[in-house]
Design a protein around this ligand. Structure first.
Ligand code: PLP
Length: 389
C-alpha cells in the first residue's frame, strides 16, 4: 500500500522487486552459512565458497558464457564498465585511437569513456539517433573505421526502450578488429541473452534489475581478453603471492575481484537466476511484450501525450511527456494515487537534449505487472491532465 492505495510499481527499469526466494536466500546465508570465501578451511567458509562459486557457474550458464572463469562479479553494470575502461582499454588504447559510442548511452557507459579519453587523448565518436529513437546505422558504418578500437553500446535503452541490433554491431566491429562492450543492464533477465551468439567481447549487467539483490552485478569477458588484462584494483583475494617489493596476481576472474566480495549478493543473484529460469525467459519476454503493447496503445489515447522511442519490438518501458505537466509533477501526482513512475533524464541527459525535452515520465514493466494496472495508470494520467490542465 502506498498513500493508502494498492501500490502499482512501474519503476522496474530502475530496480525490480525481489521474489521471496531471493529474500529468503539472503536471510538463510547470513543466518546459517555466513563466512568469508576462499580464505578459510573451516566448514562455513567451505559452504560460502561453494555457494559463491556455484552462483558464478549459474551466471555463466544463464548468459551463455563458455565457462564460469569468464564471469567477474562486480557491484553492477557501472562497475563492470569502469573495469573494462580502466583495465582493458587503458592498457590497450593509445593517443589518437577512437572509441565508438551511441547517443543513447546511460551515463555509466559514457562518463567512464570520457574520463579515459581525457587521460589518454582518445577520440570519442557517437552514433546519432533517428527520430524514432533507433540508431542511425548508416552513420555507424561511416564512423567505424580502423581508428576505432572499441565499440560500447547499450543493448536495450533505459530511456527509449530501443532494442539495438547488437549482433550486427558486434559483427561489424569485429570486422575491423575493434573490441565490443555491451551494456546489458536492461536486457539480462528480460530477454534471453547468449553472449556468444551476440558475438560480444564484454557484457555488463546488474543483479538488482533482474530480481536479484542490489550491490551485485557481473562482467562477462571473453577468456583471452580477461587473461590479458592487468588488475584494476589491488588487495586481498586477487594475488597469488605478495612481497614487499611487488606481487603476482591470480588468473581471471579472481584477479579482478580484490577484497571481500558481496557473497550474499552473488548467492541471491544465483537464486534470482533460478527463479527466472523456472519462469522461462521466453515467457518473461512475452509477458513484458504484452504489457508494453497494451501500454503503448492505451497511452496513445491520451491527447497531448508524446511517446519517445520506437514501435514494437522494444524493451518493456515507455517514456513519454505530457504537455500539461513537468515529469516531476506528474510523478508526484501519480505517487499520491499509489502509482510509482519515474520522472527525469533517467541518466541519459544527451537523449533528453536530442529529443528537446527537459525529461520524461517513464513507466517500466515487469512480468508481475498486470494489464489492469496499466488501465489504472491511464485513468490516473487522465486525471492528472484534468488537474494540471
Ligand atoms: N545501463 C543502463 C542501460 C541502465 O539502465 C542502468 C541503470 O539504470 C545502468 C547502466 C547502471 O546500472 P547500475 O546502476 O546498476 O550500475
Amino acid at each position: 500500500q502506498v498513500e493508502e492505495q494498492p501500490l502499482i510499481y512501474f519503476d522496474n527499469a530502475a530496480t525490480s522487486q525481489k521474489p521471496q526466494s531471493v529474500i529468503d536466500a539472503l536471510s538463510r546465508f547470513y543466518g546459517k552459512d555466513n563466512a568469508n570465501v576462499h580464505r578459510g578451511l573451516h566448514e562455513l567458509s567451505a559452504r560460502s565458497t561453494a555457494a559463491f562459486e556455484a552462483a558464478r557457474a549459474k551466471v555463466a550458464c544463464f548468459i551463455g558464457a563458455a565457462s564460469p572463469g569468464e564471469i567477474v562479479f562486480t557491484r553492477g553494470t557501472t562497475e563492470a564498465i569502469n573495469l573494462v575502461a580502466q583495465s582493458h582499454a587503458a592498457s590497450r588504447l593509445q593517443s589518437g585511437d577512437a572509441i565508438l559510442l551511441t547517443e543513447m548511452e546511460h551515463h555509466s557507459n559514457l562518463v567512464p569513456w570520457q574520463l579515459l579519453a581525457e587521460r589518454l587523448s582518445l577520440e570519442l565518436r557517437f552514433v546519432p539517433l533517428l527520430d524514432d529513437g533507433t540508431l542511425d546505422l548508416e552513420v555507424f558504418d561511416r564512423l567505424l573505421d580502423e581508428k576505432v578500437k572499441l565499440v560500447a553500446c547499450v543493448h536495450i535503452s533505459n530511456s527509449l526502450g530501443t532494442i539495438n541490433p547488437i549482433r550486427e554491431i558486434c559483427r561489424k566491429a569485429r570486422g575491423i578488429g575493434a573490441t565490443t562492450l555491451i551494456d546489458g543492464a536492461q536486457s539480462a533477465g528480460h530477454i534471453p541473452v547468449d553472449v556468444r551468439d551476440l558475438g560480444c567481447d564484454f557484457f555488463a549487467f546488474s543483479g538488482h534489475k533482474m530480481c536479484g539483490p542490489t550491490g551485485i552485478g557481473c562482467l562477462y569477458g571473453r577468456h583471452e581478453l580477461l587473461e590479458a588484462m592487468p588488475p584494476w584494483q589491488g588487495g586481498g583475494e586477487m594475488i597469488s603471492s605478495v612481497r614487499l617489493e611487488g606481487s603476482q596476481f591470480k588468473p581471471a576472474p579472481q584477479r579482478f575481484e580484490a577484497g571481500t566480495p558481496d557473497i550474499a549478493g552473488a548467492i541471491g543473484l544465483g537464486v534470482a537466476i533460478d527463479y527466472l529460469t523456472e519462469l522461462g525467459l521466453e515467457a518473461v519476454e512475452a509477458r513484458a511484450d504484452e504489457l508494453t503493447c497494451h501500454a503503448l496503445a492505451r497511452l496513445g489515447e491520451i491527447p497531448g501525450l508524446r511517446i519517445l522511442g520506437p514501435e514494437m519490438p522494444r524493451g518493456s518501458l515507455v517514456s513519454f511527456s505530457m504537455e500539461v505537466a513537468h515529469p516531476h509533477d506528474l510523478v508526484e501526482f501519480a505517487n499520491s494515487r499509489g502509482l510509482a513512475l519515474r520522472g527525469g533524464h533517467h541518466c541519459t541527459q544527451p537523449v533528453m537534449r536530442r529529443f528537446k525535452v527537459p525529461g520524461t515520465t517513464r513507466a517500466s514493466f515487469a512480468f508481475y505487472n498486470t494489464l489492469e494496472e496499466i488501465d489504472a495508470m491511464i485513468d490516473i494520467l487522465l486525471d492528472a491532465r484534468r488537474f494540471f490542465g
